[in-house]
Design a binder for this molecule. Structure first.
Ligand SMILES: [Zn+2]
Ligand SMILES: [Zn+2]
Length: 387
């Protein structure tokens, strides 16, 4: 019994004194059963608040849903009718691999504690993870491997700011953030963690705030195509620290250009069905569009065809394109990849390679911002309130 209290006490103490995140993992899958293997370091398993056993390294635990409750099987023992289980690492370096729904090889590997319950007939898995460990996984998933450390620092900064600003996004589901693009992609602990770990730790607690001291919404996309996009073109509302400007750093990078063909028939059908813009009224004008500077609408605002609608319908890489007739097709010549609002990842990578530091990169893409220590700032604010 003493061991149980010791484990629960340790988990609670860690919660209070470090930034612990509750991240819903495997949220895009309906998980009925899962095999969990301890890759490095042993784990303790706690079932419904009772310490059950220590799981040695390389052992496999099978967890499944049975009559809306959890069933657990390992090392020849079976436990049923459980409401909640915790897998708690015995060492900081311990790592678990998750094999949902009998998949053979797993890309899902996590540090820290895993909590499992049942929700709507499926297993709900939550990784109770230290903020910096979480960020290492996010920075690797969102920024890729083998980048310059200053780029990883700016990605850490925007991912931390996002996480703290959106901590209540999944309040109803019982965790802070999910592991998909809806929040931030988080598939595993960082595998390539030399520069990523250094970047996350050296920017610990740092966040981006606007002139009022509020956390900014750190929009970013893969490549802005040479001009960042005004947020109002994408979401109808403006943001003080985000504007459209020419980005000279992302030209001639991986995602800077694209081409796509769409049949004239499909193009004209969409314009007539959705917006009443008919070929018989406008002729070839409905296919020809030139976009030197980013625009919000196709051809002319009076036609009421938002470029974001075309991007969604035709699965275009960006809204930054020009179009013309080519045979029976509409030929689109486009720039960039993503919505183009905020930080341009390929531009930021280029800036880092050219010697700019992470603060200069952040200030290039977000205007009138400050980079501050989140916790120091909160303490100062609290002291001011008390006085
Ligand atoms: Zn989410
Ligand atoms: Zn760019």
């Amino acid at each position: 019994m003493k061991i149980i209290f010791a484990i629960i006490f340790c988990v609670k103490i860690t919660f209070v004194f470090s930034q612990q995140m509750r991240i819903g993992v495997l949220t895009a899958l309906n998980v009925n059963s899962i095999e969990i293997k301890s890759n490095y370091g042993a784990y303790n398993i706690i079932c419904d608040s009772s310490f059950v056993s220590s799981i040695p390294i390389n052992s496999i635990i099978e967890v499944s849903v049975m009559n809306s409750k959890i069933s657990v099987e390992f090392i020849g023992s079976r436990y049923t009718n459980l409401s909640k289980i915790f897998l708690v690492p015995k060492k900081k370096s311990s790592i678990l691999s998750l094999f949902p729904n009998s998949i053979k090889s797993s890309k899902y590997t996590y540090k820290d504690t895993i909590e499992i319950t049942v929700q709507d007939g499926y297993l709900k898995l939550v990784n109770l993870v230290n903020m910096n460990d979480y960020l290492c996984g996010v920075v690797e998933a969102e920024g890729g491997r083998g980048r310059h450390i200053e780029y990883y620092k700016v990605q850490s900064l925007i991912s931390r700011t996002y996480a703290l600003k959106n901590k209540n996004r999944h309040h109803k589901e019982g965790y802070h953030l999910c592991d998909n693009q809806h929040c931030q992609v988080y598939r595993n602990h960082s595998i390539d963690n030399s520069n990523i770990k250094k970047a996350v730790e050296s920017t610990s607690n740092e966040v981006i705030v606007d002139i009022n001291g509020s956390l900014v919404t750190t929009f970013f996309s893969s490549n802005c195509g040479g001009q960042t996009c005004d947020p109002s073109y994408v979401w109808n509302n403006s943001v003080d620290y985000l504007s459209t400007f020419k980005d000279t750093f992302c030209c001639n990078t991986k995602q800077s250009n694209w081409i796509k063909r769409i049949s004239k028939k499909r193009w004209s059908s969409f314009l007539s069905d959705q917006y009443g813009v008919l070929e018989e009224d406008y002729g070839d004008l409905i296919y020809n569009f030139r976009q030197i500077d980013r625009k919000a609408f196709y051809i002319h605002p009076s036609l009421g065809i938002p470029l974001r609608d075309l991007r969604k319908e035709f699965k275009l890489k960006s809204t930054f394109f020009s179009s013309r007739i080519d045979g029976n097709d509409v030929l689109l010549n486009g720039y960039g990849f993503g919505h183009g609002v905020g930080l341009c990842q390929e531009g930021a990578m280029k800036m880092a390679d050219l010697g700019y530091d992470y603060k200069q990169i952040a200030s290039y893409y977000y205007s009138n911002i400050r980079i501050i220590n989140f916790f120091k700032n909160r303490l100062i604010k609290q002291k001011k309130i008390l006085h």
